[in-house]
Ligand binder design. Structure first.
Ligand code: FES
Length: 136
């Protein structure tokens, strides 16, 4: 078999694999699926306290801000420790998901539940300052 046939097959196989992964969300190209720099956590702050739903949270820039109980705000880096994709806000069960490769974290403390990430989310110290949640 000529080398070019083998190369074409390899390229086709790699492309087909990426298509399959894309269907699973692993080859995402949207802004929520872009690897982020872990060193700048907090660039999404400040956020309006009123924009953070009670019992849940929001992703603002590279930080996920939570209000799991009314008036108590916490935050973690929204940058997944696996390959720096941005995580999603917590679901109704208090689980934060990274759609990059499906790591899951507890919204309560940022700890890793499962998936390829080997550690939890990095805490970001925040406080309420007037109407805003800011870095503490
Ligand atoms: S980047 Fe989050 S699981 Fe891979």
């Amino acid at each position: 078999m000529p080398e070019t046939d083998l190369s074409r097959r390899a390229v086709f196989a790699a492309g087909a694999g990426c298509v399959a992964l894309a269907l699973l969300g692993a080859c995402g190209s949207g802004s929520e699926q872009t690897p982020q720099d872990q060193s700048t956590a907090g660039t999404g702050l400040p956020v309006k306290a009123s924009s953070v739903p009670v019992g849940s949270g929001i992703v603002a820039g590279d930080v996920v801000v939570l209000q799991l109980t009314e008036g108590n705000f916490t935050a973690f880096s929204a940058v997944c420790p696996h390959q720096n994709f941005k995580v999603q806000p917590p679901d109704s069960t208090g689980v934060i998901t990274c759609l990059g490769h499906m790591s899951h974290f507890k919204a309560a403390d940022g700890s890793r539940i499962d998936g390829p990430a080997m550690s939890g989310l990095t805490p970001v110290s925040v406080k309420k300052d007037g109407e805003n949640i800011v870095r503490a």
